[in-house]
Write a protein that binds this ligand. Structure first.
Ligand SMILES: *Cc1c(COP(=O)(O)O)cnc(C)c1O
Length: 378
C-alpha cells in the first residue's frame, strides 16, 4: 500500500536513540536544549521551547500571551481539531473563519475582518498543506484591528519566514509531519520574556528545573505560576536533531514530487473539467500534503475505493471543525460555505520523501481511470 505519509528513519536515528539509552539520562536535558537551539537557528530565531506535542505548544503560547476568558481568537475551521481546542483550553472563544477559495484554502482575510469584535485578541493562521499564508496582508490586518498574529505552523516546518509573522508560532513533530520525533512540538516567540514564561509553564511553573537543581546542588524551587507537564524528553530530542539535519534533503524530495504531481494533474485537469489543484498566491510551501479538489459531479467515495483497490491510500483534510459534533453542540449556527465545499470535494494524495516518481504516475493514472469509470456510470 502506498501510504499518504511515512517518516524517513534510518541508522542515524537508531544510533542517536541508543546513545541516549546508554547515557542513562532520559528526561529533558542537554539534547532537548541542543534541539531547541538548532530548531531556532534553522528558522532564523534566537531561541525556542521544545514540548511534548504541538497541541501543548499552542496552549502554552496562548497562556504565555495572556489570552484567556473573555477573549476571542479568529481561527480557520479547515484545520485539525487541536488548533481550536488549544483556544478552548486557554478559556478563550474560538471564532471560526472561512477559507479564501477552493484554489487557496487558507483563512480568508475578508471573512476574518467581518468577524472582528471588541473582544478579538488574536488571529491564528494555519499554513494549510504547507502553503505559507502571505505575511504582509496579515501584518496589516493585525495592526488595523490591534490583534496578535499567531501561527499554527504544524504543516510548515522549515519554511523561511514561518515563525516570524507575529507574536508566536507552534510546530508539530508528530509521525506524519515533515520531520518527526514520534510525538513532539516547539514554540517560537518574538518576545524573549514571554518565551521564558512558556518555558517555565512547560514544567509545572517551577522556578528551577531538575537539571538546574542538580547543577546548582540545591534542592530548592518555587512555583509562582500555574504550570503543566508539557516536557519533551532526550530520546525525542535526539531523533529530532537527526531529522532536522536532513530536513532540507527531505524538503527537496517533497518539492520534486509536488512539481511532478502538478504537471500530471494539470494535464488531467485539461481533460476533466472541475478538477482543481490548489495554488495559493504566496507560492511558498513546505509541501506537507498533496490536496486536490475533485470535480463536483464525482462520487468521492468511489474514487477513494478505486485508488484503494489499486494499492493507494488517500485521506481527507479536514472535516471542518464547525461540522464535528462537539463544536456543533457549542454553536450549531456556524456556516462557512467555501470550507464546506472544499471539504465535500477534497482528496489528499500520498506525499512523502520515500516515494519514487513512478508512485506519482501510478496515483495520477489511477485517478484518471477513476474519472473514466465514473463517466461510464453517468
Ligand atoms: C498535527 C497538527 C496539530 C497537532 O499536533 P500534535 O503534535 O499532534 O499535537 C495541530 N495543528 C495542525 C494543523 C496539525 O496538522
Amino acid at each position: 500500500m502506498l501510504l499518504v505519509a511515512e517518516p524517513v528513519l534510518g541508522a542515524e536515528e537508531r544510533d542517536a536513540v541508543v546513545e541516549v539509552l546508554q547515557g542513562g539520562w532520559l528526561t529533558q536535558g542537554a539534547r532537548v536544549r541542543a534541539f531547541e537551539l538548532a530548531f531556532a537557528e534553522r528558522h532564523g530565531a534566537r531561541d525556542a521551547v521544545a514540548l511534548a506535542n504541538c497541541t501543548a505548544a499552542l496552549h502554552l503560547m496562548l497562556k504565555a500571551l495572556g489570552i484567556g476568558p473573555g477573549d476571542e481568537v479568529l481561527v480557520p475551521s479547515l484545520t485539525f481539531a487541536a488548533t481550536v481546542n488549544s483556544i478552548l483550553y486557554a478559556g478563550a472563544e474560538p471564532v471560526l473563519v472561512d477559507v479564501e477559495s477552493l484554489d487557496s484554502p487558507l483563512i480568508s482575510i475578508d471573512d476574518a475582518a467581518s468577524k472582528v469584535t471588541a473582544r478579538t485578541r488574536a488571529v491564528m493562521l494555519m499554513h494549510f498543506a504547507g502553503h505559507m499564508a502571505a505575511p504582509s496582508p496579515w501584518q496589516d490586518f493585525a495592526r488595523r484591528f490591534n490583534v496578535m498574529l499567531l501561527e499554527d505552523s504544524a504543516h510548515a516546518i522549515g519554511v523561511a519566514g514561518v515563525g516570524s509573522y507575529g507574536e508566536a508560532a507552534a510546530f508539530s513533530f508528530y509521525g506524519n509531519k515533515n520531520m518527526t520525533t514520534a510525538e513532539g512540538g516547539m514554540i517560537l516567540m518574538r518576545d524573549p520574556e514571554l518565551l521564558a514564561r512558556a518555558r517555565q509553564m512547560r514544567s509545572h511553573g517551577m522556578t528551577h528545573s531538575v537539571q538546574q537543581r542538580l547543577v546548582a546542588r540545591s534542592p530548592h524551587y518555587d512555583v509562582d505560576m500555574l504550570g503543566f507537564n508539557y516536557r519533551m524528553d532526550e530520546i525525542r530530542a535526539a531523533i529530532g536533531l537527526v531529522q532536522l539535519s536532513r530536513l532540507d534533503q527531505m524538503a527537496g524530495r517533497r518539492a520534486a514530487l509536488v512539481a511532478l504531481y502538478k504537471e500530471r494533474l494539470q494535464a488531467l485537469a485539461s481533460r476533466h473539467d472541475g478538477l482543481i489543484v490548489p495554488r495559493p498566491k504566496s507560492r511558498i510551501s513546505a509541501d506537507h500534503i498533496m490536496p486536490i479538489v475533485l470535480p463536483a459531479r464525482l462520487d468521492r467515495d468511489r474514487v477513494i475505493a478505486h485508488l484503494h483497490a489499486g494499492g493507494v491510500q488517500t485521506t481527507i483534510h479536514y472535516p471542518p471543525v464547525h461540522t464535528l459534533s462537539y463544536y456543533r453542540a457549542r454553536d450549531g449556527a456556524v456556516r462557512l460555505p467555501v470550507t464546506e465545499e472544499f471539504h465535500r470535494r477534497e482528496l489528499t494524495l500520498p506525499l512523502h520523501p520515500k516515494m519514487e516518481d513512478a508512485d506519482v504516475l501510478r496515483v495520477v493514472d489511477l485517478l484518471e481511470s477513476a474519472f473514466e469509470e465514473s463517466h461510464a456510470l453517468t
